[in-house]
Design a protein around this ligand. Sequence first.
Ligand SMILES: [Zn+2]
Length: 311
Amino acid sequence: MLNFVYHPDYSYPFPDNHRFAMSKFHRLHRLLAREGILDQVWINEPAKASIEDISLIHQRDYVQALADGTLTPAQLKRLRLPWSPQLANRSFIAANGTYLTCQLALEHGLALHMAGGTHHSQPEGGAGFCVFNDMAYATVRMLQEQRAERVLILDCDVHQGDGTANILRGVSGAFTCSLHCQQNYPHPKVLSDLDVPIQAGCEDSEYLNLLARTLDILMTRFAPDLVIYDAGADVHEQDQLGHLKLTREGMEARDQLVFERCHQEGVAVAVVIGGGYATDREALVDLHAIPFRTAVKNAGNLGLRLRKTVA
Ligand SMILES: [Zn+2]
C-alpha cells in the first residue's frame, strides 16, 4: 500500500513575499488532488508531538520557548521565520509526520511525507527556515523504540544537512549522508558520516552518477533497514538559492534511482520534501510533486498496491 502523510495545518496565512513558501504544503496537496494522485494512495494525518518528544533531540528550553513564543531575537534571526502560534503548531505536527512516514515505510516499503526535511535545525535551536529537525527526531525515535536498527539519512537537498549531522553524531544505528552543492549555505559545513560535495553547475548525468556510486557505498558499508530520503527540490536549475542545474527529468530519475535501488535491497524508504525556493509558488510545488508522481507511476515495480487506479 502506498501511503502519503499530510496535515492541513502545515500551511497557514503567511506573508507571500517571504523567501520561505509557507503555502507550499497546501498548494502541493491541492495539486496532487487535482492530478488524481491522492485518489490512488492512502492519506495519513499525524498527531502533534509533545514538548517531551521533541526534547529527545533539542534542548528543552529551546523547545519550550518555541512553544511559548519566547525565542530570543538572536534565535529568531538564525531561524529566519517569524514566530506565531501557527508556526509552533505546525512544527510539532511535522516532526511527528516524518516519524509516522518512517513507520509506514517500514510496514509497506515506501511512504512519502508532504512536508519535512528541516535539516538545518541544531540541538540548541532552529536555523535557515528549519524549526525542529524532523529527520533526526524520527531517526532517534525509530531506533529507541527498536522499530529500526540502522537508519540512513540520505539528504539530497542542495544544502548540506548540518543540523542532522550534529544531532546524530555518535548515535548508534544512525548514519548521515549529505549530497549537496559545496558553494551553498551553510558556511562552514559540518562533518556528516559521508559528505558528497558537488560543484555549482552540476547537471543531470554527473549528479545521477554520483548518487548511484554513493548508494553503492551506503548499501555495502552501512546496509540500512530504513532510509529517510530528503528529496529537496532546490537542486532544480531554476531554484533561487541552489546552484545546481538539474532538470525536472533529472529530478524524476533521481527519485526513481533511490526508490528502485532501495527496493532491490529490501530497504524501506521514507521521503520528505526538503527545500525549494521560487517566487512562482505553483511552479515550485510542481517540482515538489515529482517524488509523489514518481512513486505512484512506479508503484507496480516497487511492489506497492494503489487504492485505485485512475486512467
Ligand atoms: Zn535546501
